[in-house]
Design a protein around this ligand. Structure first.
Ligand SMILES: *Cc1c(COP(=O)(O)O)cnc(C)c1O
Length: 447
C-alpha cells in the first residue's frame, strides 16, 4: 500500500467509525415507535437508558485518550446495569460517597479500579471506606483537605492517597457546578506541594487531582488547558523537586477530572473529543512516565438516556400555553435546579390528532405535577403542538436524571428500562405509594 492509499484507507476507517459511533445521539435519532411502545408497556414517566450507546461513549473516550486512565464518575448514573456496562468497557469507577463505592463494588469493580473522592466525608463514610480499603488495598482515596488526611490517619489508613487540588480555575455550565475555583473542593494550589510532601510521610501518595466542574465545551477549552497545565507543573514539581528542597514523590498519575460537555441543545456542536485530548496532552506537558487520568461522568451516559412523559392537561392562557405532563422536577431536577435545557420531542399519540410532524409548531411551557413554580421542563419552547395523550421524549436525560430523582410531594420515583441489543429490561421498577413510607417508624406521639 502506498502512503497515500494508506492515508485514504485510514480516513475511510475514521469515517466508518464516526458512522458507527457518532459523537452525539440527538433526541431526534431515537426510534420514536420503539419509545412509544415502551411507554405503553411500562407507563410514564419512564427513563430509558441505552446501554449500547453508553458503551459507545466509553469507547469514544478510550480511543480519544488511549494512554489515559478513564474513570467514570458514577454519580452521573449509578444504576447497576450502567455500572456493569462501564466496567466491561474498561473504565474505572470514581465514587463520591460510601454508597457509590458500595454500588461500584456490587457491580464488580476490583479494588485497583476504584477511586473514592472524599468531599467533607461524614465519619460513617470514612469508616466504611477505610474498612473496604483493608480488603481492597489497591483502592485509592482522594482527599482535598488536611483535616481529611488527619481523619484518615486517625482511622489507621496509610494506603494509596491522591491529593485533590483547587487549581484556581473553573469551568462550568452553571455557577452551581463550577467546582474548580470553589474553596469547597481541594487544597489551595499554592499549598498543594507542601501538603502533598507532608502527606507522603503518612500515606502512599500516588496522584494529584483536580476537577474544574462540569462543562468543558468548545468555548471553554482555554480554562481546561490552564487547569491541566497547572496540574502538570504541580506533578513535575513533586516528582522532580530541587534536591536541596525535598525528596521526589513516587506519583503514578495526574488526574484532571471530568466535565466533558455534551450538546444539550439541538444546535450545539458535539465536543471534538480528539481535539480536547490533544489540548489536554499538550497542556499537561511531559509527564515523564506518569499517567494522565480523566473522570468523565455526564459524557458517558447523558445522550444514552431519555425521559418519557405523557401530556395530561393542555391549558391555553393569555400569557402562554401550559402543557401539563406527568414528569416533573422530582423526576428530572436539572431544569429547575440549573435552568438546564433539555430537548423535547413530541412523539404524538393523542387521539384524533395528526402525526406531530403534521402539526404546527407552537410555543409552549411544559410543566410537571409538583406544587412549585419552578417545576417546568421548558419555557417558551416551540414544539409540534402538544395535545392531551401525546408522549413527549425529554432528551439527553441519562446523566444526573434518575440520580437526582426524589420523592418530594410524595411522588414515587419513575421506572427505568435499559436497552441492549434491542432488548428492553426493567432495571428499576416504578416505585409504589407504599415505597414512600418504608422508612417511617410508627410515632409514639399521639397514639
Ligand atoms: C462530578 C464529578 C466528575 C464528573 O463530572 P461530569 O461533568 O459529569 O463529567 C468528575 N470528578 C469529580 C471529582 C466529580 O465530582
Amino acid at each position: 500500500m502506498t502512503a497515500e492509499t494508506a492515508e485514504t484507507a485510514e480516513t475511510a476507517e475514521a469515517e466508518r467509525d464516526a458512522d458507527a459511533n457518532p459523537p452525539v445521539r440527538r433526541t431526534g435519532d431515537w426510534d420514536g415507535d420503539r419509545l412509544a411502545a415502551l411507554a405503553d408497556e411500562h407507563d410514564t414517566p419512564l427513563y430509558v437508558q441505552d446501554l449500547d450507546r453508553t458503551r459507545e461513549n466509553c469507547e469514544r473516550l478510550r480511543s480519544a485518550f488511549p494512554d489515559a486512565d478513564v474513570r467514570y464518575a458514577v454519580k452521573a448514573h449509578t444504576g447497576r446495569a450502567v455500572l456493569e456496562t462501564v466496567r466491561e468497557a474498561g473504565l474505572d469507577a470514581e465514587c463520591a460517597s460510601a454508597g457509590e463505592l458500595d454500588r461500584a463494588l456490587a457491580a464488580g469493580f476490583d479494588g485497583d479500579r476504584l477511586h473514592y473522592t472524599a468531599v467533607n466525608p461524614p465519619a460513617r463514610d470514612l469508616d466504611y471506606v477505610v474498612d473496604v480499603a483493608e480488603r481492597e488495598p489497591d483502592l485509592t482515596i482522594t482527599a482535598g483537605a488536611v483535616d481529611t488526611l488527619d481523619r484518615l490517619a486517625e482511622r489507621g489508613y496509610d494506603g494509596r492517597l491522591c491529593l485533590r487540588v483547587n487549581p484556581g480555575v473553573g469551568a462550568g455550565h452553571h455557577a452551581k457546578v463550577t467546582t474548580g475555583s470553589a474553596p469547597k473542593f481541594g487544597v489551595p494550589y499554592d499549598r498543594a506541594t507542601r501538603v502533598a510532601r507532608e502527606a507522603a510521610a503518612r500515606f502512599d501518595v500516588v496522584g494529584v487531582h483536580a476537577h474544574a466542574g462540569s462543562g468543558i465545551d468548545p468555548d471553554q477549552l482555554d480554562s481546561h488547558r490552564e487547569l491541566v497545565s497547572r496540574m502538570g507543573d504541580l506533578a513535575r514539581d513533586l516528582i522532580d523537586p530541587d534536591p536541596a528542597v525535598a525528596d521526589p514523590l513516587d506519583l503514578e498519575y495526574v488526574d484532571v477530572g471530568g466535565g466533558f460537555g455534551v450538546p444539550y441543545r439541538e444546535d450545539d456542536e458535539p465536543l471534538d473529543l480528539p481535539a480536547v485530548a490533544d489540548a489536554t496532552r499538550e497542556a499537561v506537558g511531559d509527564l515523564s512516565g506518569l499517567a494522565l487520568a480523566i473522570e468523565p461522568g455526564r459524557y458517558v451516559v447523558a445522550d444514552a438516556g431519555v425521559l418519557l412523559t405523557r401530556v395530561n392537561t393542555v391549558k391555553p392562557t393569555p400569557e402562554e400555553t401550559v402543557v401539563g405532563v406527568d414528569a416533573g422536577m422530582t423526576d428530572l431536577l436539572r431544569p429547575a435546579m440549573y435552568d438546564a435545557y433539555h430537548p423535547i420531542r413530541n412523539l404524538g399519540g393523542a387521539a384524533d390528532e395528526p402525526a406531530p410532524a403534521d402539526r404546527e409548531a407552537t410555543s409552549v411551557t411544559v410543566a410537571g405535577p409538583i406544587c412549585e413554580t419552578g417545576d417546568t421542563l421548558c419555557r417558551d419552547r416551540a414544539l409540534s403542538r402538544p395535545a392531551r395523550g401525546d408522549l413527549l421524549a425529554v432528551g439527553v436525560a441519562g446523566a444526573y436524571g434518575y440520580e437526582m430523582a426524589n420523592q418530594y410531594n410524595s411522588r414515587p420515583r419513575p421506572a427505568e428500562v435499559a436497552l441492549t441489543d434491542g432488548e428492553a429490561t426493567v432495571v428499576r421498577r416504578r416505585e409504589r405509594l407504599a415505597d414512600l413510607t418504608t422508612v417511617e417508624e410508627a410515632p409514639e406521639v399521639g397514639r
